[in-house]
Design a protein around this ligand. Structure first.
Ligand code: NAD
Length: 458
């Protein structure tokens, strides 16, 4: 099948490379000449494990090509997948990229020769595909709605494991305007062995928001518990959450062994959620609800809890290191989570102005982030690849991503580089790591009871 992939960001490029590896001919299109040039040379514009190998293979066997020429890419193709950004504009998604892509596809639609399905992969609020995308395609193409297909096919991949997620999906949601459109999408995914849900366009749009809203809710719920524990001497959120996780409805027994569902990784305390999707999507759904006259008090609280979390973490830091004025704090991790170079709405970046407001100098380390990407963040010092230099002379370190290299670091040596070896573990990632006695270790979610140096939590 010939597929036109519009947008080569995380979703577009991963989808394109994976569909090419399934045997489709994928023509990727982007408005950015620079991005197209990079991809054509076999390089991914962002870090994603396994993507470049897949990309190079698909470029070499001719199954994937990349261009800025949408009309040429649509020649003879059966589907256009729209995977352009829908960044936050206040509390709403900015639909201007989706609108532009829809109009451009409409203008080039006649060059597709034959029946062509326009499918939205970008995350959009209910009604966008039917009311905006369809209308723009129709106007620009001059075709009637019965002459082209229309689908909404939300994407559930996670950055950091996007290729694996795409290749082994839990489900594929196909929102279809009619069964003819849905049948074409079914053919696109015919080699994928998972439930394929054929639903209405709005159901598909809402399913994506439901998914991200639930994940955000679990994180905020865990962080609210962490804050309660921090205010309750003698309690520990890890203990409380362990007691929760062992409920058989959350972790059932199967053949004598406990099944630990991945959803439990969202029932963990931390520094708050971020990234390009969760905050944007929760806010978009709240705004959509408001427009429809539907109150969303749960989602409102999810965002409030998330906004407050960085302040609570700074309080723990102050409790450990004292007044931060004139002190040097090392942020260990800048991206919104480990294993990615995505800085969009990163909670580590929410900590930065708070630390500055307290008069701290902020140094940072993140092996996934380039010096150029970190240049405009307002850091006092940044090093991509040297943990030791980052910690040199610092008064405290605040771990903000659960990067496995922090688990395996030589903390005895690192502690000796610090002016004051205080380590706040914003992800509770080092709880089970035996740390040297010289480190003063402060996990989050403990009420007035800090771990003794060198001890571990069961
Ligand atoms: P991105 O910002 O990384 O990439 C968007 C790409 O689209 C850019 O390369 C941009 O140049 C290109 N583009 C913009 N307008 C274009 C046009 N008219 N024609 C061709 N190319 C154009 O975005 P992303 O992170 O891949 O997200 C895309 C959509 O998928 C968003 O709606 C997002 O919410 C959703 N989503 C993202 C993820 C994720 O983990 N990033 C996961 C699931 C869903």
């Amino acid at each position: 099948m010939i597929v036109t992939m519009v947008g080569t960001g995380y979703v577009g490029l991963v989808t394109g490379a994976c569909l090419a590896s399934c045997g489709h001919e994928v023509r990727c299109v982007d408005v950015s000449e620079e991005r197209v040039g990079l991809i054509r040379s076999g390089q991914s514009p962002f870090y994603e494990p396994g993507l470049e190998e897949l990309l190079r293979g698909a470029l070499a066997n001719g199954r994937l090509s990349v261009t800025t020429d949408l009309e040429a890419a649509m020649k003879g193709s059966a589907i256009s997948l729209i995977a352009v950004g829908t960044p936050a504009h206040g509390d709403e998604p900015d639909l201007s990229y989706v609108e532009a892509a829809a109009s451009q596809i409409g203008a080039a639609l006649r060059s597709a020769d034959g029946y062509h399905v326009v499918a939205v992969k970008s995350t959009v609020v209910p009604g966008t595909t039917r009311n905006i995308v369809k209308t723009l395609v129709q106007t620009a193409s001059g075709l009637s709605p019965s002459q082209f297909g229309l689908c909404m096919n939300p994407e559930f991949l996670r950055e950091g494991c996007a290729v694996a997620d795409f290749i082994n999906p839990d489900r594929i949601v196909i929102g279809e305007s009619d069964s003819k459109s849905g049948t074409v999408m079914e053919r696109l995914y015919e080699s994928f062995d998972c439930p394929k849900l054929h639903v209405g366009l709005e159901d598909a749009e809402l399913t994506k928001y439901a998914s991200n809203s639930l994940l955000s809710t679990l994180i905020s719920f865990s962080n609210e518990l962490a804050a309660l524990c921090e205010a309750t001497p003698g309690t520990d959120v890890e203990t409380v959450l362990k007691g929760l996780h062992l409920d058989h409805r959350l972790s059932p027994m199967s053949h004598g062994a406990r099944v630990v569902p991945e959803i439990l990784t969202y029932l963990r305390a931390g520094i708050g959620f971020g990234g390009s999707c969760l905050p944007k999507d929760v806010n978009a759904l709240r705004t959509y609800g408001r427009r429809k006259g539907v109150l969303t008090p749960i989602l409102d609280a999810v965002m409030t809890t998330n906004t407050r979390r960085p302040e609570q973490v700074v309080k723990i830091l102050e409790g450990a290191a004292g007044n931060l004025s004139g002190k040097t704090v090392a942020l260990l991790g800048l991206a919104f989570k480990a294993g990615t170079d995505d800085l969009r709405s990163s909670p580590a970046l929410a900590l930065l102005p708070l630390l500055k407001a307290h008069g701290a100098q902020v140094r940072a380390y993140d092996s996934f982030i380039s010096k150029e990407a970190a240049a405009d963040l307002g850091l006092d010092w940044f090093c991509a690849g040297n943990l030791e230099m980052t910690l040199e002379g610092s008064d405290a370190a605040l771990l903000t991503t659960a990067d496995p290299q922090f688990l395996n670091a030589d903390w005895t040596h690192l502690a000796s580089c610090m002016r004051s070896p205080i380590l706040i573990d914003g992800r509770n990632a080092l709880r089970n790591v035996r740390l040297p006695d010289s480190i003063r270790y402060y996990p989050i979610g403990q009420g007035g009871r800090f771990l003794e140096a060198g001890s571990t939590v069961e």
